[in-house]
Design a protein around this ligand. Structure first.
Ligand SMILES: [Zn+2]
Length: 46
C-alpha cells in the first residue's frame, strides 16, 4: 500500500506525480504544478 500523493489527488505517489518527478513530461500545467508541490513536500519531509 502506498500513501496518497501529497499533491491532493487520491492516487498513490507512484501513479501520480511520481512519473513527473522521475522525469516524465507532465501532460498539462496542473500536473506540472502538482508535481512541483509534491517535490517541495517530499523535500520538506526528508
Ligand atoms: Zn500527485
Amino acid at each position: 500500500m502506498s500513501p496518497p500523493c501529497p499533491c491532493g489527488r487520491a492516487a498513490p505517489l507512484a501513479d501520480c506525480c511520481g512519473h513527473y518527478l522521475a522525469g516524465a513530461p507532465a501532460p498539462d500545467a496542473e500536473s506540472l504544478m502538482r508535481s512541483r508541490y509534491t517535490a517541495y513536500v517530499l523535500e520538506d519531509e526528508v
